[in-house]
Design a protein around this ligand. Structure first.
Ligand code: SAM
Length: 274
């Protein structure tokens, strides 16, 4: 029932589909990779799964037998139209578990049906971080998930404070969830093959810090906009002056000569609340 390389080619030809880079259209052609994704996601028959970018249905077909329901959000009208037909053909007994929503996931407000519990997706690479953050923000019922992203983005999302790849995506994702790398994926499992490797990122929702999210995100953005500078200098604009920045940093118990890359999300939250 899972899509193989010839299946993907046949479906693409029937749709006259020309995969675009702009929409990050790289379709999985390897059933073993799909099985690995579903297994690593740890979803079960009680889960209501959101999938962003189902494409031709490679991952959707792997999820449907394992979970209660899949809500698939796809931006490309031709793909969104085809997906229920593909599922009806290959897994008719599971067709009523699927709902397709034709939408840009970056503009997602909410979803039809029961509250989603898990997010599993092979994300379009150029918008992977904003899509992940958007879903974590808009869908508080999401408890866990597994996303496939560009390897470099996987490193950034899962980076701990103090590491070279730690930055805005790492801190903002940590606001919502515990994030960890969950494996790497080569290029040949896709059609067309991308020119970067991929990585898996697993997350589990956690209680956010006790602070205003937007205020905290504003300090995070300011601190990393000039990540080579000390926090005293980098946050001068945000606080009004270097002296005001120093005062707020000290009030939050943070060394003003430190750099943003050593602060955890809880430190940024405390700073925002000063
Ligand atoms: N899940 C499929 C698979 O694994 O073969 C396709 C993954 S492909 C990397 C990304 C998919 O996301 C494409 O189907 C593309 O049309 C869709 N997409 C791109 N941008 C999107 C957006 N902003 N909102 C929803 N879907 C999007």
């Amino acid at each position: 029932m899972l899509l193989t390389a010839p299946d993907v080619r046949r479906l693409a030809a029937a749709l006259d589909l020309r995969p675009t880079k702009q929409l990050g259209q790289n379709f999985v052609i390897d059933p073993n990779t799909v099985r690995r994704l579903v297994r690593t996601a740890g979803v079960g028959i009680d889960d209501v799964v959101v999938e962003v970018g189902p494409g031709l249905g490679s991952l959707t077909l792997g999820l449907l037998p394992e979970v209660a329901r899949v809500v698939a959000v796809e931006i490309d009208p031709a793909l969104a139209h085809q997906l229920p037909l593909t599922v009806a053909e290959r897994a008719p007994e599971l067709a009523d578990r699927l709902e397709v929503v034709l939408q840009d996931a970056l503009l997602l407000e909410d979803l039809p049906g029961p509250a989603p519990t898990a997010f599993v997706a092979n994300l379009p690479y150029n918008v992977a971080v904003p899509v992940l953050l958007r879903l974590l923000e808009r869908l508080p019922s999401l408890q866990k998930g597994l996303v496939m992203v560009q390897a470099e983005v996987a490193d950034r999302l899962a980076a701990p404070p103090g590491s070279k790849t730690y930055g805005v995506p790492s801190v903002k994702a940590a606001w919502y969830a515990e994030v960890a790398k969950a494996g790497t994926i080569g290029r040949n499992v896709f059609w067309p093959a991308p020119n970067v490797d991929s990585g898996l990122v697993a997350f589990t929702r956690r209680k956010p810090p006790a602070a205003d999210r937007l205020a905290t995100f504003a300090v995070i953005d300011a601190a990393f906009a000039q990540r080579r500078k000390t926090l005293r200098a980098a946050l001068a604009g945000w606080a009004g002056s270097p002296a005001a920045a120093e005062e707020r940093l000290r009030a939050a118990g943070i060394d003003p000569s430190a750099r943003g890359e050593v602060l955890a999300v809880g430190d940024f939250a405390r700073l925002a609340a000063t």
